[in-house]
Design a binder for this molecule. Sequence first.
Ligand SMILES: C[S@@+](CC[C@H](N)C(=O)[O-])C[C@H]1O[C@@H](n2cnc3c(N)ncnc32)[C@H](O)[C@@H]1O
Length: 201
Amino acid sequence: MDKPREFPNWEQLYQEQQVESMPWFHSQLDPNLDRALTQLNIHNGTCLDIGTGPGTQAMALAQRGFQVTASDLSETAIAKASQKAKEKGLAISWQQDDILNSQLKQEFDFVFDRGCFHVFPPECRHDYVRVVAGLIKPEGYLFLKTFSVKETRPEGPYRFAPQAIEEIFQSCFHLYSSEETVYQGTLNPLPKALFCVLKKL
Ligand SMILES: C[S@@+](CC[C@H](N)C(=O)[O-])C[C@H]1O[C@@H](n2cnc3c(N)ncnc32)[C@H](O)[C@@H]1O
């Protein structure tokens, strides 16, 4: 059984803190996503970045030519990221949206989740799977980065092994690949992470 984990009030956090100082802040495209897109020969199309936070991943994807929608629960996170993207001349659809009760209507070629799923307690995970599956085209991909069970810091988000991801997502996704990696950001040492590629059934 997962031990219950605590999270900040996301809206308050984004109001009070500079995004650059947040543990998950990484200005470049996540290297695991970068490799996966190359390996799968995905170079264009529509995508959704769930729990975009600072918006760096959405902006990096837009810079590569993807048509990007980026969502977050926090209105302030969305406002700050949208302002930065505007300064960079990037066209991204920014949406304040709770992914567990999403109002998004589009189906995307792929979805990226870097650190949003791993903040949800076990009782929310099946809702997440159902909602996210509804946002992806048939045979589209979900790229999912979470903390790994190999991470030993006491604090922080929920942690996962590939088998748990397979079990949680099996109603709507096939676990195509999984890889032990790190979560790039501002923590030292970098947290141990799991990167999964899930294909919608
Ligand atoms: C660990 S941060 C990761 C941010 C970003 N993906 C990145 O890698 O820089 C988790 C993000 O999930 C967002 N979040 C939390 N609950 C959410 C929900 N129910 N729906 C959408 N976003 C949520 C938070 O506001 C926060 O920005």
